[in-house]
Write a new protein. Structure first.
Length: 242
């Protein structure tokens, strides 16, 4: 089956319809929680290629915010070798030519932030480019928030529902009928998330090669550019941590 990608805000509506929650502030946090859920489920079928400029100072440059998969770096149009790994993750957009003088190493923290250390001290913005994968997102006019696009698959939505409930309760808010200490996964969001996230990963990973190719074409033609500006004009285009 080929999955279309839909706005993950649908999961907020599902939770609001089914549960009584006296804390409305969770809605503004939901986009980040959904992105975290997708990352934990390794929903890489929903990732989009992105090229982002970087600027080196004192031999260091932070990797772009929101990076889910790091693919490589180019400098002045040349691909840079990574000197702290044997297996290079090359993106074809970087070209075939490798810079014969400069290279870099990568450091990534547990929270996904990180930086590269280059063998050159500095460079101007635009001379160095990151090739990464990010979650596709869309700006919602009603909430004025960026929401991740997710596979239109009921198993994925169920898993995200439970992740949202778990996150709400982890912040100390009560949901009638739910308990984080219950041994029953149907009223313990933490246990339910563990169970249904596994099912979601199996279902989405069942995509075959042709299905993934079709989803790639869909992303390139239908999804909104993550970095478009709030001019009211939409720019429709598409966009490994080791």
């Amino acid at each position: 089956m080929i999955y279309e990608l839909i706005n993950s805000k649908i999961c907020v509506g599902r939770v609001l319809d089914r549960y009584s929650i006296d804390y409305s502030g969770w809605i503004n946090r939901a986009p980040n929680w959904i992105s975290d859920a997708l990352s934990e489920m390794n929903m890489y079928n929903s990732l989009m290629d992105k090229t982002v400029n970087g600027e080196v100072a004192n031999y260091k440059c932070p990797i772009p915010d929101g990076t889910v998969k790091f693919e490589g770096v180019s400098y002045l149009g040349y691909r840079l070798d990574r000197n702290d790994t044997i297996n290079q993750h090359d993106n074809t957009k970087m070209g075939e030519l490798v810079h014969d003088e400069y290279s870099y190493s990568l450091s990534i923290n547990d929270d996904g932030s990180g930086f590269i250390t280059t063998t050159f001290e500095e460079c101007d913005d635009g001379e160095l480019k990151f090739y990464i994968k990010k979650l596709p997102v869309i700006l919602d006019a009603n909430t004025n928030l960026y929401w991740a696009m997710i596979p239109n698959n009921v198993n994925v939505m169920i898993a995200i529902d439970w992740y949202l409930l778990k996150s709400i309760m982890y912040r100390g808010h009560n949901i009638p009928g739910m308990s984080l200490t219950s041994p029953n996964r149907f009223n313990n969001p933490a246990l339910a998330w563990e169970h249904f996230s596994r099912i979601a990963k199996i279902r989405v990973r069942a995509l075959d090669k042709d299905d993934r190719h079709e989803i790639s074409k869909l992303k390139r033609t239908l999804l909104v550019d993550y970095n478009y500006h709030s001019s009211g004009e939409f720019n429709f285009k598409s966009y490994n941590n080791d």
